[in-house]
Design a protein around this ligand. Structure first.
Ligand code: UD2
Length: 315
C-alpha cells in the first residue's frame, strides 16, 4: 500500500506520515519546505520525498501517472491566515486550485483509491455566536484562508458525490505538539509559550487571556485520522477535529508554569484584530465512529514537554 501525504514534512503531516509508516504503508511526500522541514521526517527514504510545490501541476500529474496510491492525505497549503490576506490571489492558487487539481488527478489516474482526506479548518466558522461549533453550524469565513479551506473542502465532498471518489474532510481546531514550529507570531500559541519558557523570555497575551480554544494534542488528531481512514461509511463527510473542551489562554499558561516549575515575564496587550473570543468543537459526530480524545490539556502539555526533553537528550 502506498500513501501520498502533501505537506508531509510539516508538523501535522510528519505525524500522519509516521502513523502510516508504522502501519507498513509506503509513504510518499510532496512538500516545498516553506513551513515544513526534512528533520521532521527522518523515517522517510529520500527517494520518496518530492521537494516540489503543490501548484506544480505537471509534477503532481507525473506522480499519479507513475504510482498507484491507496491513500492521499492533502495537507499542503499556505497555512498563515495573515499571508492569505496579504496574497489573496496567490493563496487561492495554493489553497484551492492545487486542491482541485489533485482531486482531478485522482479521478483521472487513480479512481480506485481507497481514501482521500483533506485538511480543512475551524477557520470556516469565523465568528459564530453559538458554541460549540458543529459541522451543522452556519459558516462565516472571514479571511481568504477560511474561504479557500471551505471551497476545497466542498470540492473534496463533490468529488465523492459526483465522481465516487471516497473523500473526507477534517476541520482542525487548535492542534499542538512536538515538531510545531514556534518561529512566527502566528504559530500555534502553545508552541510560542513553550519557546518563551525555554528561552526565559516575555510572553504577550493578546487580550485578557480569557479567550478560549479547543486545544488538541497531536496524538488525538492522529487517532481521529486513523479512524476515518479505516471507515468506509463516512465518505463525503466533514468532521470537526477537536476535544469538545475549551481552555482559556490563562489556564494554558498556568499549566506551563506548573510543569516548568518557574515562571517567565508576561504582559497583556490589546486583542488581535479579528481574533475570535471563544471556540470549541462539537465532536459528537466523530465520537459516533469511535473517537475518544485521550489528552486533557494538562496531559497533552505534559507529553509535549516530555517529548521535547527526550529529543534534547538525543542532541
Ligand atoms: C487558529 C489557526 C489559524 C486559523 C484560526 C481559525 C493555528 C496556529 N492557527 O488561529 O490558522 O485556522 O484558528 O479560527 O492553529 N495569542 C497570544 N499571544 C501569542 C500568540 C497568540 O495571546 O503570542 C492568542 C491569539 O490572539 C489567540 C490565541 O492565542 O487568541 C490562539 O492563537 P493561535 O494563533 O494559536 O490560534 P488561532 O485560534 O488564533
Amino acid at each position: 500500500m502506498k500513501a501520498l501525504v502533501t505537506g508531509g514534512a510539516g508538523f501535522i503531516g510528519s505525524h500522519i506520515a509516521k502513523k502510516l509508516v508504522d502501519n507498513n504503508i509506503e509513504v510518499h511526500i510532496i512538500d516545498n519546505l516553506s513551513t515544513g522541514n526534512l528533520e521532521n521526517i527522518p523515517f522517510i527514504p529520500k527517494s520518496n520525498i518530492h521537494i516540489k510545490d503543490i501548484t506544480d501541476l505537471e509534477y503532481i500529474e507525473s506522480l499519479f501517472q507513475k504510482f498507484e496510491y491507496t491513500y492521499v492525505i492533502h495537507l499542503a497549503a499556505m497555512v498563515s491566515v495573515v499571508e492569505t490576506i496579504e496574497k489573496p490571489v496567490q493563496s487561492n492558487e495554493v489553497n484551492i486550485d492545487a486542491s482541485l487539481n489533485l482531486l482531478n488527478c485522482i479521478k483521472e489516474y487513480n479512481p480506485n483509491i481507497q481514501k482521500v482526506i483533506f485538511a480543512s479548518s475551524a477557520a470556516v466558522y469565523g465568528k459564530l455566536d453559538g458554541l460549540p461549533k458543529s459541522v451543522d453550524s452556519p459558516i462565516n469565513p472571514l479571511s481568504p484562508y477560511a474561504i479557500q479551506k471551505y471551497a476545497s473542502e466542498q470540492y473534496t465532498k463533490m468529488y465523492n458525490d459526483l465522481y465516487n471518489i471516497p473523500t473526507i474532510s477534517l476541520r482542525f481546531f487548535n492542534i499542538y505538539g512536538p515538531r510545531q514550529n514556534p518561529k512566527s507570531d502566528y504559530s500555534g500559541v502553545l508552541s510560542i509559550i513553550n519557546q518563551k519558557f525555554i528561552e526565559n523570555q516575555k510572553f504577550t497575551f493578546f487580550g485578557d487571556g480569557e479567550q478560549t480554544r479547543d486545544f488538541v494534542y497531536i496524538n488525538d488528531l492522529v487517532q481521529a485520522f486513523w479512524l476515518v481512514l479505516n471507515n468506509d461509511n463516512v465518505h463525503g463527510e466533514v468532521f470537526n477535529i477537536g476535544t469538545g473542551k475549551q481552555t482559556t489562554l490563562n489556564e494554558v499558561f498556568d499549566v506551563f508554569q506548573e510543569n516548568y516549575n518557574y515562571t517567565i515575564p508576561y504582559e497583556y496587550k490589546e486583542e488581535r484584530q479579528g481574533d475570535i473570543k471563544y471556540s470549541y468543537a462539537d465532536v459528537t459526530k466523530l465520537q459516533k465512529i469511535g473517537y475518544s480524545p485521550q489528552y486533557t490539556i494538562k496531559e497533552g502539555i505534559r507529553e509535549y514537554l516530555k517529548y521535547n526533553e527526550s529529543t534534547l537528550d538525543e542532541k
